[in-house]
Ligand binder design. Structure first.
Ligand SMILES: [Zn+2]
Ligand SMILES: [Zn+2]
Length: 177
């Protein structure tokens, strides 16, 4: 991720208690969000930060439009990922991070890269659906049922029991032969 995810909090340090807002954005690189993001749209982060009693409080709302594949019908679609975070950074932690090149300005900057990345990854659904009621594919002929109805008779067997049913059928046949 590029360095644009760093915020300069020096103004907040001068005015304790005051809330500052900043809008950040970046174009995700392939592999940033998932194996195959198919997304070139910018990720935006609305950041709110303030400083009080030696602690920076940073709130962020991350939004990203991400290309993914429906877990039921396998159609590609774009999904809006939204996630929020609240993080505290105490002045000592911030100073520690700048130890490598003891620069005061660096000490007043907070790098949100890792946070944003973690928050986005956490927001990616385990089984994305193009829509909540996506009917998926016909179990018999594979036609996407959202677009067409096939002539197949939909069997009422729970898909989890299907394998078992097949197995039973096979055993039955064997018994007859
Ligand atoms: Zn779908
Ligand atoms: Zn069918």
């Amino acid at each position: 991720m590029p360095a644009v995810l760093t915020i300069d909090v020096s103004q907040a340090a001068i005015r304790p208690g005051q809330i500052f807002r900043q809008q950040l954005s970046y174009i995700p690189e392939t592999g940033d969000l998932s194996e195959d993001p198919k997304s070139a749209e910018p990720v935006t982060i609305a950041v709110e930060y303030s400083f009080l009693k030696g602690v920076y409080l940073v709130k962020g709302k991350v939004s990203a439009r991400m290309g993914m594949e429906c877990g039921r019908c396998l159609e590609p679609f774009t999904h809006l990922l939204e996630a929020e975070f609240i993080e505290q950074y105490d002045t000592e932690t911030v100073a520690d991070e700048s130890d490598s090149d003891a620069n005061v300005v660096v000490a007043e900057r907070i790098d949100l890269t890792q946070k944003v990345r973690a928050v986005l990854l956490g927001a990616v659904p385990m089984k994305p659906l193009c829509r909540d009621d996506c009917p998926g594919l016909c179990g018999t002929c594979g036609v996407p049922l959202a677009e067409a109805t096939c002539g197949c008779v939909q069997d009422e067997i729970d898909p989890r029991l299907k394998d078992l049913a097949h197995l039973m059928e096979g055993l039955k046949k064997k018994g007859v032969e």
